[in-house]
Write a protein that binds this ligand. Structure first.
Ligand SMILES: [Zn+2]
Length: 68
């Protein structure tokens, strides 16, 4: 028996079958939560801000344009 939320227009990658979106897959969410609880999946590292000379190449130009 199909659940009330069954939607043939969607596809679950976790179950490899249509019926619901992967984002709506309860089993998939539980699997991810289990992995998180076991520290298998690490939180992504915080991105460091780029140094000023990378963010603004004009500053480098100011230094090297004084040759000659
Ligand atoms: Zn699923």
């Amino acid at each position: 028996m199909l659940s009330a939320s069954h939607n043939p227009g969607t596809f679950c990658i976790f179950h490899q079958m249509p019926g619901h979106n992967t984002n709506d897959c309860i089993r998939f969410r539980h699997a991810i939560q289990d992995l998180n609880g076991n520290k298998v999946i690490k939180a992504p590292p915080q991105s460091k801000p780029d140094p000023v000379f990378k963010r603004n190449p004009y500053i480098n130009t100011a230094f090297f344009s004084r040759e000659g």
